[in-house]
Design a protein around this ligand. Structure first.
Ligand code: ACM
Length: 554
């Protein structure tokens, strides 16, 4: 294989480990009416997926291979491929009349199918052929050998601040799959909304799923949308989402945020709050953004309530990891609460931080007893980390480094690099210019592995995740705009074996991106265009304008 040319020549994103022209100089493969798919054991879903996506885009039937076929796509799962490349690895060989795709496991086969679709050109990402009379689609003569750098390649979608209905989540699963990302972390609960049906506690969605109005833009803005806002996933919606993701080798990690970010739950069940400090019956689902003082009371009742919630969550989500939040929990109410102080004294805890840690330890043990693993934001380090906990390092790398050194697993997702709600340009036209300016190039030069970690410590870095908070992202278009094109750079960082950040060839990446933008166009993704007017400049309106006077960093 010719590593230098082959890997980049066909604009594949994320960049494969190795690719090159076939050494025998043979021709590529033409897919046409005579092409059949031979799916060996374990390849059934990928055959079905190719027929449903590539078949729809090309108008080719791609039937099961039979004696009358003139060319063949051979799909198989082979342990030999896995032994070199792992279960997510794949080998692809394209020659005249035969495409052979081998996965180390079913996941590898599926990732290989993503590469195959990219090699057919941007129109292979459409839902129907543009020119029905074009009946032959060329694949280049090529060999590819590929496997991911990290096992956790995630995106978190905040569905609490603004709700992404089920069909939108299924679309995100397809978009993640197209980028070989394999974790969808759903931020299901927050102060501003509870988004998952819990049969035992129906007020969580009946009351907690709706807010009376919504702050428009940054929290300092004077503007409101006065319409009630809400929505939630039924348990059947969740089952469908999880099953759809599983077919695509994507794990859906649920987040139920405790003990902070819980005002929607307290609005639904006031006894969950610190009733000896404030009148929790007067609390409503929060209508603005920021860190909220109304946190859960550290009582046995609260623990039982959340155990009951999590029992239903575990039934719905097979993910080994369950995210329990743990971030941004102000301790003021616990300082003022006689009940909280009595609990600190009774358990001999180290003040309010000890109380936070007590919550986390309780659910760490509770989840471990049920064969699951707790993951939480890096505040779960405060007051001592629960034994089996995994840390999502968001306030920079420090939490991740400390946790990995202490032998804990870590997912690296620093807000300084991969919070995709943050603006991607310093210019005045960015809609609701939030947070750090992080360009496409900045994300491309992000490295999830802190250089300070030794080999043994670095092995605790499970991978990396881009986080998408939706306070100021009120529509699908706004989310698309923030996430793309940066998610393509993120995917390459998470999947590919890139050189150290300063040595990465960003120009070469942008060259491949010229084709990737056309794939995103075909998929209907409203990405931030690299040049030319931004979407809101063409379509001015209240939601599109930057909010006057919003601070540059929040
Ligand atoms: C976070 O951004 N509060 C995890």
């Amino acid at each position: 294989m010719n590593d230098t040319e082959g890997t980049t020549a066909h604009h594949v994103i994320p960049l494969p480990r190795r690719a090159g022209a076939r050494t025998d100089g043979g021709a590529g493969c033409l897919l046409d009416e005579g092409t059949g798919i031979e799916a060996q054991a374990g390849a059934g879903f990928v055959a079905q997926w190719l027929r449903a996506t590539v078949g729809a885009a090309t108008g080719l039937p791609l039937p099961p291979h039979h004696a009358g076929c003139t060319s063949r796509i051979l799909l198989r799962v082979t342990p030999e491929t896995g032994s070199g490349l792992g279960p997510e690895g794949y080998r692809l060989a394209i020659g005249e009349g035969l495409v052979t795709l081998e996965g180390g496991g079913e996941a590898g086969l599926f990732w290989g199918a993503q590469t195959l679709r990219q090699l057919l050109g941007p129109d292979a990402f459409r839902r129907a052929p543009l020119a029905p009379d074009v009946r032959a689609w060329a694949l280049p003569a090529l060999r590819v050998e590929d496997a991911p750098r990290f096992g956790w390649r995630g995106m978190m979608l905040d569905v609490a601040r603004h709700f992404t209905p089920k069909d939108g989540v299924l679309r995100w699963i397809d978009l993640l799959a197209a980028h070989k990302l394999n974790v969808l972390h759903l931020h299901l609960t927050d102060d501003q909304g509870w988004r998952i049906e819990i049969a035992r506690h129906p007020e969580l969605t009946r009351t907690g799923g709706w807010r009376e109005r919504t702050k428009l833009g940054h929290r300092a803005s004077p503007l409101w949308d006065e319409r009630p806002y809400g929505g939630y996933y039924t348990q059947d919606d969740i089952r469908e989402i999880v099953a759809y993701a599983a077919q695509r080798h994507i794990s859906v990690v649920p987040e139920i945020d405790i003990p902070g970010h819980a005002q929607a739950a307290i609005a639904a069940y006031p006894e969950l709050g610190n009733t000896d400090v404030i009148d929790t019956t007067s609390l409503k689902v929060w209508d603005t953004w920021g860190v909220n003082p109304n946190v859960l009371a550290p009582t046995d009742n609260t623990l039982r309530f959340y155990e009951e919630v999590l029992e239903e969550v575990l039934e719905l989500f097979p993910s080994p990891f369950v995210h329990i939040g743990g971030d941004e929990c102000p301790k003021d109410q616990w300082k003022a609460s006689a009940t909280a102080q009595a609990r600190i004294a009774e358990l001999g805890l180290d003040g309010e931080d000890g109380l936070q840690s007590w919550f986390i330890r309780h659910f760490d043990r509770w989840l471990a007893d049920r064969g699951r693993r707790l993951i939480g934001w890096d505040e779960i380090l405060e007051g001592g980390l629960a034994q089996g906990a995994t840390v999502a390092s968001w306030r920079g790398y420090a939490g991740g480094i400390a946790a990995a050194r202490a032998g804990h697993d870590v997912v690296i997702c620093p807000e300084q690099q991969v919070y995709l709600d943050h603006r991607q340009h310093a210019g005045p036209d960015e809609p609701v210019p939030l947070g750090f300016v992080r360009t496409l190039e900045d994300v491309y030069r992000f490295d999830p592995l802190p250089p300070q970690l030794t080999g043994r410590e670095a092995a605790h870095v499970l991978g990396t995740q881009a986080n998408v908070w939706t306070e100021v992202l009120e529509s699908r278009e706004r989310i698309d705009y923030q996430v793309f094109p940066r998610l393509a750079a993120f995917a390459e960082v998470a999947w590919s074996q890139l050189p150290p950040p300063q040595d990465r060839d960003y120009q070469e990446f942008t060259r491949r991106m010229t084709v990737h933008y056309r794939r995103l166009d075909a998929l209907g993704v409203a990405y931030r265009p690299p040049t030319g007017p931004l979407p809101w400049q063409k379509r001015p309106g209240l939601l599109g304008r930057p909010i006057e006077g919003a601070p540059p960093n929040v």
